[in-house]
Design a protein around this ligand. Structure first.
Ligand code: F6R
Length: 612
């Protein structure tokens, strides 16, 4: 949700800021803007549209400045237009700000400032914040750092901000609460960004501000303080664990396609050093170190949003089947607001690719306050959820840039499968022999995923037949019901074809009314509940629905009646969600491309949902 970038140092700031914004565009892309700071003047450009539009209108800009801040927006307050785009100036024109987040009490502050004679040109909460900073500064004669600190102590909501004052044009003041902010540490130069991708090519050292921290950044250094009491904080410098090539398209048309094709590697990376079949072991320190607490708990609650929630549902099936521990799966946004019963003995598994999703974060905080043990499964190293968790396992999927989650999902399911197997061993539900057999089967996943990816062309052709569809139904049973949900979500978010995922058996309780010759039904008909799914396929065909079935080699019954079959390797049922998800990702991808949709930046979506 909005990306912010800043630079202070010896390079031309324009290039760092504009290229950084391009990398952060996955966070929001309805408008973009930047300001260069030189000789106590602001050179500002902003526009509705993409970073490429900003680049275009910046052609005439004097680009010699060595300091600048920029923003790519996902609108919350005010429609996307030039005026609402960031940066925003204060009334005097002396302060400038970029902001990611929401100031919840902006309306009361705006009223107060209006009474003091302030006026506003945009509809944004951000313009209110920059004027609050100015008001504080002018009324108490404060430095920009103190004024930002005083103002941030007045606001309620979430923010990551960069502020510059013309009168102190040798510094950028930043602050964070609820929205991520990283500082790239160079030599006599510093980078600021919502994540490290804009500066990973320049430095491998980063400081991630914690919630409630701010920093004053000059060419000489970074001074980090607590916003509440101005206490100085020793910044923790972390080493970045990814390279530039991991966040570039590498010859693929879209990040999404690249990330789909990366799955053999991302699954392998997620299992590496953990799934040790030759030793008959799963080595996950987070689980092993806390096994007593986990095994003593009466239940596990899985909290997540969107695609990560689908991974959570698969986690429920896995843990209940393999370890016989009861699991509940909750949408974070519902859980946090419905006054749930949480016991101090509960284990909460929080799943999040970004590790920054506002609802997931809030739900975790609530569970933590109630005494539950939090186990985080995140992809982004050092993210808020990873840091707030008591223990956890990273999915080593690497940076995921495409807004539609693909490799992070299969990595999440990979982690959950290993957890379920390990817990199954610990609870004694899995004999040594069975456990070992499952490890060997699981180890084969990356190769099997490679086989599925070879179906790329075939799936592209199937997509051609359905590119004008307006609705689509996805059905699956057991482990593959969440896969159906995920397939439907992928399709709707990138192709804008309306799609629903259903448990196959539920079809009779409603969705069957939709079936006619215009409704494509994607059905997962691999082994496990096979006979029952065959009946569902017959029911669809007898109502003239079009069937695209995911099947295993040797299938004859579904093949005889389905319109299209996509044949994937046969695996044990508990491993099938990973295999069966891949063709659905490809199908969505090709349908979206054929419809001319912007696959990597679907309308209205943002990768990291840091507002509730
Ligand atoms: C869908 C998608 C979203 C995210 C959701 C949670 O493709 O990406 O549904 O899964 O916004 O995000 P994380 O996993 O970052 O908490």
């Amino acid at each position: 949700m909005c990306g912010i970038v800043g630079y202070i140092g010896k390079k031309q700031a324009f290039d760092v800021v504009i290229n950084g914004l391009q990398r952060l565009e996955y966070r929001g892309y309805d408008s973009a803007g930047l300001v260069l700071i030189q000789n106590e003047t602001f050179l500002m450009k902003k526009t509705k549209g993409k970073v490429s539009d900003l680049r275009e209108i910046s052609q005439d800009l004097d680009k010699t400045a060595q300091m600048g801040i920029g923003h790519t927006r996902w609108a919350t307050h005010g429609v996307p237009n030039d005026v609402n785009s960031h940066p925003h100036l204060s009334n005097s024109g002396e302060l400038v700000i970029v902001h990611n987040g929401i100031i919840e009490n902006y309306s009361a502050i705006k009223t107060m400032l209006t009474e003091k004679g302030y006026h506003f040109v945009s509809d944004t909460d951000t313009e209110v914040l920059v004027n609050l900073i100015e008001f504080m500064q002018k009324s108490s004669n404060l430095s920009i750092t103190d004024a930002v600190r005083f103002a941030l102590n007045e606001v309620i909501g979430a923010y990551a901000i960069c502020v510059v004052d013309k009168k102190e044009a040798d510094k950028i003041v930043v602050g964070r609460l609820g929205s991520p902010l990283a500082i790239g540490m160079g030599k006599d130069e510093f980078y600021i960004a919502s994540d490290a991708s804009p500066f990973v090519e320049f430095t491998k050292e980063a400081v991630y501000l914690d919630d409630g921290e701010m920093a004053t950044i000059t060419k000489e250094g970074v001074d980090v303080r607590k916003i509440a009491d101005n206490l100085q904080v020793e910044p923790l410098v972390q080493q970045l664990q990814f390279d530039l090539d991991q966040i570039e398209k590498g010859g693929y048309d879209h990040f999404m396609l690249k990330e789909i094709f990366e799955q053999p590697k991302s699954i392998l990376d997620t299992m590496r050093g953990r799934l040790l079949s030759s030793e008959g072991k799963i080595k996950m320190a987070g689980i092993f170190d806390h096994r007593n607490r986990i095994l003593k708990s009466n239940r596990i609650i899985i909290i997540a949003c969107g695609t990560s929630w689908h991974a959570g549902l698969i986690g429920e099936y896995l843990i209940e089947e393999l370890a016989r521990i009861p699991v509940e799966v909750e949408y974070a946004s519902e859980f946090r607001y419905r006054n749930p019963v949480i016991y101090p003995t509960d284990i909460v598994i929080a799943i999040s690719q970004s590790g920054e999703t506002a609802d997931s974060l809030a739900a975790i905080k609530m569970a933590k306050e109630a005494g539950a043990f939090i186990y985080g499964i995140c992809n982004v190293v050092g993210s808020s959820i990873a840091r707030i968790s008591d223990a956890g396992s990273y999915t080593h999927a690497g940076p995921e840039i495409g807004v539609a989650s693909t490799k992070a999902f299969t990595a999440q399911v990979t982690v959950l499968t290993m957890i379920a197997l390990e817990l199954g061993k610990q609870t004694g539900e899995l004999s040594n022999e069975k456990f070992h057999k499952h490890l060997v089967e699981m180890e084969m996943l990356p190769k099997q995923v490679e086989t599925v990816l070879k179906l790329d062309k075939e799936i592209q052709e199937i997509a051609l037949a359905y590119k004008d569809a307006t609705n689509c139904l996805y059905l699956g049973r057991g482990y593959n019901f969440p896969v159906a949900l995920e397939g439907a979500l992928k399709l709707k978010e990138i192709s804008y074809i309306h799609a629903e995922g259903y448990p196959a058996a539920e079809m009779k309780h409603g969705p069957i009314a939709l079936i006619d010759e215009n409704l494509p039904v994607v059905i997962i008909a691999t082994k496990g509940h096979y006979e029952k799914v065959v009946s569902n396929v017959q029911e669809i065909k007898s109502r003239k629905g079009k069937v695209i079935a995911i099947v295993n080699p040797g299938d004859t019954e579904v093949r005889a009646i389905a319109d299209h079959c996509i044949e994937v390797p046969a695996v044990e049922e508990f491993l099938s969600p990973i295999i069966n998800t891949i063709p659905l990702q490809l199908l969505s991808y090709y349908l979206a491309v054929l419809r001319g949709a912007n696959v990597d930046q679907p309308r209205n979506l943002a990768k990291s949902v840091t507002v509730e």
